[in-house]
Design a protein around this ligand. Structure first.
Ligand code: IMP
Length: 181
């Protein structure tokens, strides 16, 4: 198995992720069966989760992509969120599902949600694979569908990066603190 030196340990295995994504897909399929939802991938971190999740959604649906970033190349949120919400995407009257990799301070999703609500979707829900509730800055903010809640570790893999590295790992691993401290 490809296990770079910088990884302290594997937190969530490939098999655990696969089972959780399938379960989330089943719930979303039921929920959106007759709604032709618009699933939004929040780049870049969500790309792996998104690609797996959309194939577990077994009803008509559409996809699109947005870019959001709050982290520069460090493990500490910059506190400012940059959003690139494509003007060309029509959210009006659509059942929108935002797909995120991880909910941390919630600054990113809070900004994104508010921005998208101005575009008059019929509904707007948030799906996140991982959640670090202990890190929340936007108090009370939660996702509508959460895969796995984790402790306060900086994790990489399955799309998540540190300084643009490790997105290709098929599991979620804890990064050795010595890498960033
Ligand atoms: P928030 O705005 O603080 O909730 O941050 C959300 C974004 O920060 C995520 O979409 C990730 O890109 C990044 N992030 C937060 N925690 C981690 C982590 O443990 N590893 C890698 N990226 C993270």
């Amino acid at each position: 198995m490809y296990l770079p030196d910088e990884i302290e340990k594997i937190l969530i295995t490939e098999e655990e992720i696969k089972a959780k994504v399938a379960e989330m897909g089943r719930i979303l399929t039921k929920e959106y069966a007759d709604k032709n939802p618009l699933f939004i991938c929040v780049l870049k971190g969500s790309v792996v989760f998104f690609a797996d999740l959309m194939r577990e959604v077994k009803c008509p649906m559409e996809i699109n992509f947005l870019k959001a970033s709050s982290y520069g190349s460090s493990t500490v949120s910059a506190g400012t969120v940059s959003l690139d919400v494509g003007a060309e995407i029509n959210f009006e009257g659509r059942h929108v599902v935002i797909v995120e990799d991880i909910l941390d301070t919630a600054r990113t999703l809070y900004s994104l949600k508010n921005e998208l609500l101005t575009r008059n979707p019929a509904s707007l829900r948030i799906v996140t694979l991982l959640d670090k509730p202990s890190r929340r800055v936007v108090k009370g903010f939660t996702a509508d569908y959460t895969g796995i809640a984790i402790e306060d570790h900086f994790v990489v893999g399955y799309g998540l990066d540190y300084s643009e590295q490790f997105r290709n790992l098929p599991y979620v691993g804890i990064l050795k603190p010595s890498v960033y401290s």
